[in-house]
Design a protein around this ligand. Sequence first.
Ligand code: AMP
Length: 293
Amino acid sequence: MAGRSMNIVRTVADLRAALRPYRAGGSVALVPTMGALHQGHLELARRAKADSDVVVMSIFVNPTQFNDPADLNAYPRDERADAELAASAGVDLLFMPSAAEVYPPGFSATVQLHGPLVETLEGARRGVGHFQGVTTVVSKLLGMAQPDRAYFGQKDAQQARVVRALVADLNIATQIVTVPTVREADGLAMSSRNRRLNPQDRERAAAVSAALRAAVAAVEAGERKATAVLRAAADVLAGRGIEPEYLALVDAETFGPVSTLRTDPAILAVAADIGGTRLIDNTPIQPPAPAQS
Ligand code: AMP
């Protein structure tokens, strides 16, 4: 399909029919999104395009993963702009199903992981229903497109880790690829929600990523204690009057708390409400191995 124009499909039957010619020899990539596309989403699509013969991007604002109806209602939607942006990033098939296509009458399945990975951070703040909504819809999207690879952003680090656990637990034959976070010039992680920030809050929001950078700088300066690393980040947030929902140093695999950094990869994750808009961000923390003596 490379070099040809993008097709828009809205039903699972049309998606399957469009993918059928590629099943034999070619590889299929899926980029699941909720639309209001920005350069972060497009980076996922470009990475997918580089690896695969056909790129499917799904746009579906999944009602079941929203714990707050007001957040769902306010979620930005712009189909026409999204279609242009997706085409520009090399998407071959744009899959935009209705809620009734994804959840037809009689639909009753849920896919739920259990344990600390889905109960901490986002799971704790948004409730167990959040990741249950994510794992159910991702299971369905993987079943619909049956991709060889699916692309997720490090921006939603816990979600990417949860999806890896999902495909491992259910033996789903899709490779999960995680793509680094794409940021604005001032460091703010790109997000569909950023367009809801007023100019003052947009400027203040830069402190979220600045806090993560301050923590990384503390680690690079030799700090290993979580309390001190977190303090470095919290001071930056406090300086802009931001009280985080959570600010946590966790193990990158288990998402369990880390009290002292050793050589295992960790993640510093933050969520904060800025003027009514909920933003999340994180940074990988990889302390250097101690020098051999
Ligand atoms: P969303 O539309 O917010 O559900 O995001 C769809 C996918 O894009 C998810 O895998 C996100 O992690 C990813 N994504 C969102 N923002 C960014 C970003 N700034 N950089 C990289 N990936 C992102």
